[in-house]
Write a protein that binds this ligand. Structure first.
Ligand SMILES: C[S@@+](CC[C@H](N)C(=O)[O-])C[C@H]1O[C@@H](n2cnc3c(N)ncnc32)[C@H](O)[C@@H]1O
Length: 455
């Protein structure tokens, strides 16, 4: 009988292999041209994050915090929910496979994927920086052993607990598993936390309690390593002892009715990232998220005045992240993890549009055939919704469109909103050159550019 080797005995070779793979990726990235300076200040990088991280290391970028929310070794596939409309305005809910977390060779294969990325993440960190790896019960114990090796056991800071009450719960096979582990390691002893304080209101005065403007008794206590629900955060650590202002930070999971829900699989709450960023970074610091997903880290960093870089291999991730960041008015570069082989735009006749009094109107597109198989009706939808999305003007197949000047300036356009509505007209205020480029992004994230959109 064949007994598979224990994972523990495989770890040393697995880590050595990961270090080798990381070095080779950086050597490969150094050989590509135009690396330096091209990523400042913010960047959204599409493609495998091994190549993306290697490019960042080769470019000399230096991160204060790297937050990773990778697949958890959960042996599952993840799907995103997408809303659109047919030509009559009827709502359509679709689903799309977004990423897989199944590993043919089990946890050893999972670690083979993760280790080189953790090695590159360490190389990308500033001396006073830290890494936070978001995992759960499936494999966090193995990854912690790997991190002990890669970062040094003495650089372990904490295993934060993010606790929630949603989703199914085991009844008899286990005490319900309802928390994730966020493994925190520092690059060196120069790393410092900014202490955060949470306000707790009391029914009556207690030792050292204070009274706020509404007459409520409160104490400000240091925020600890178990996060759940909502935190009443004191605005500045320096103000905590004297009772400064407060604001609510929700670390509740992103559910169907959450305002921040994008439909992207396994989206994390901005409040969780807010706490991490306030603990471990200052305004202007660079935050990198190699498994960016829906762009939670980038959106939070943008709102808190941190610089950010977000990487992801899924094209749908790019759509969701761009629409989130554009709504915040963020400025960023859109890059490929690998330099694209061919940068020529696709000149396609498959679009109808009109210009009227400085207003551009998108009238119809011919959707790509692959959409019919890439998108499926969401649970509870009739089987004809995919066809309805493609019919008529074909505009139901678009996630967004943008007009770009030849100088790379965005002149107008729109992303489909959370209710599935897409605005198809744009007033182009400033005078522009006669010819502009139209970027079309379909619901799966596939992009087409149509050059020479003549006014
Ligand atoms: C757990 S999700 C991240 C969710 C994210 N934190 C959020 O709040 O939306 C993991 C993401 O990693 C991406 N991913 C998995 N393997 C990758 C790889 N090798 N390179 C780049 N992205 C990858 C998936 O596409 C997925 O979006």
């Amino acid at each position: 009988m064949h007994i598979p080797p224990s994972l523990l005995t495989q770890l040393p070779a697995l880590i050595a292999q990961g270090q080798q793979e990381a070095s080779e990726a950086v050597i490969g990235a150094r050989e590509t041209a135009e690396l330096n300076g091209s990523y400042e200040p913010n960047a959204l990088i599409h493609g495998d994050n091994l190549a993306g991280l290697a490019r960042l290391v080769a470019s000399g970028a230096c991160a204060k915090l790297i937050y990773l929310d990778p697949p958890f070794d959960s042996k599952a596939d993840y799907r995103s929910r997408i809303h659109t409309r047919d030509d009559a305005g009827g709502e359509i809910a679709l689903e799309m496979h977004t990423y897989t977390d199944r590993w043919a060779g089990g946890t050893a294969d999972y670690l083979r994927m993760l280790v080189p990325r953790l090695v590159l993440a360490r190389q990308l960190l500033a001396e006073d920086g830290a890494i936070c790896v978001h995992l759960d019960w499936h494999s966090s114990h193995y990854v912690r052993v790997v991190l002990d090796e890669v970062f040094g056991r003495e650089h372990f800071v904490n295993s934060l607990v993010w606790s929630y009450r949603t989703g199914g719960a085991a009844r008899t096979s286990a005490v319900p598993r309802k928390h994730d582990n966020l493994l925190l390691y520092r690059k060196s002893d120069r790393f410092r936390i900014t202490p955060l304080y949470e306000r707790q209101y009391l029914d009556k005065p207690f030792m050292g309690s204070k009274v706020d403007a509404q007459g409520r008794h409160f104490v400000d206590t240091i925020l600890r390593d178990v996060l759940e629900g909502a935190v009443t955060l004191v605005d500045s650590a320096a103000d905590a002892p004297t009772g400064g202002g407060v604001h609510q930070v929700s670390v509740r999971p992103v559910l169907n009715l959450s305002a921040e829900r994008t439909g992207y699989a396994t989206q994390k709450p901005e409040g969780l990232l807010e706490l991490l960023l306030r603990w471990m970074t200052h305004p202007g610091d660079l935050v990198v998220d190699p498994f960016g997903g829906s762009g939670t880290t980038a959106a939070t960093a943008e709102q808190l005045g941190r610089r950010w870089m977000s990487l992801d291999a899924s094209a749908r991730s790019l759509v969701v992240t761009r629409s989130r960041l554009d709504a915040l008015g963020a400025q960023y570069a859109l890059l490929d993890a690998h330099p694209p082989q061919n940068t020529d735009s696709v000149v396609s006749p498959m679009v109808e549009y009109a210009w009227e009094d400085g207003e551009f109107q998108l009238q119809s597109v011919i959707p790509a055939e692959q959409l019919a198989t890439a998108l499926q009706p969401a649970r509870g939808q009739s089987s004809d919704v995919t066809a309805r999305m493609l019919e008529g003007t074909g505009l139901g197949s678009l996630a967004g469109w943008h007009l770009w000047s030849t100088a790379g300036e965005r002149l107008g356009g729109a992303w489909r909103d959370a209710r599935g509505v897409l605005v198809t007209r744009a007033s182009i205020a400033q005078p522009v050159a006669d010819s502009v480029t139209l970027e079309l992004v379909d619901l799966t994230g596939k992009r087409t550019t149509v050059a020479n959109i003549v006014r």
